[in-house]
Design a protein around this ligand. Structure first.
Ligand SMILES: [Zn+2]
Length: 84
């Protein structure tokens, strides 16, 4: 796996309690880290390790408000996430 050097590491406990899913309302959503590609001005940007809510009941995945804000700022300033 990647050694996330230079990346700020959020302290995360191992326990990952289920949260209420925004789609089906069941307490079955867990936060997981997923990679995702975004189209951005004709370019494709891949952002790794996005905290994503994944529901084990309805299989929906979605982002919370804070994550959306972070993605927004990353996509509006792609230089920050370009890896070379
Ligand atoms: Zn659900």
């Amino acid at each position: 796996m990647n050694s996330s050097e230079g990346m700020p590491k959020a302290k995360r406990s191992n326990s990952n309690p289920a949260q209420v899913c925004s789609f089906c309302g069941e307490k079955a959503a867990h936060e997981v880290l997923r990679s995702r590609s975004f189209g951005c001005g004709g370019k494709l940007i891949v952002i790794e390790d996005i905290p994503t809510m994944e529901c084990s009941n309805c299989r929906e995945t979605y982002y919370t408000g804070g994550t959306l804000k972070t993605l927004d700022s990353l996509l509006s300033n792609p230089a920050r996430i370009t890896k070379k």
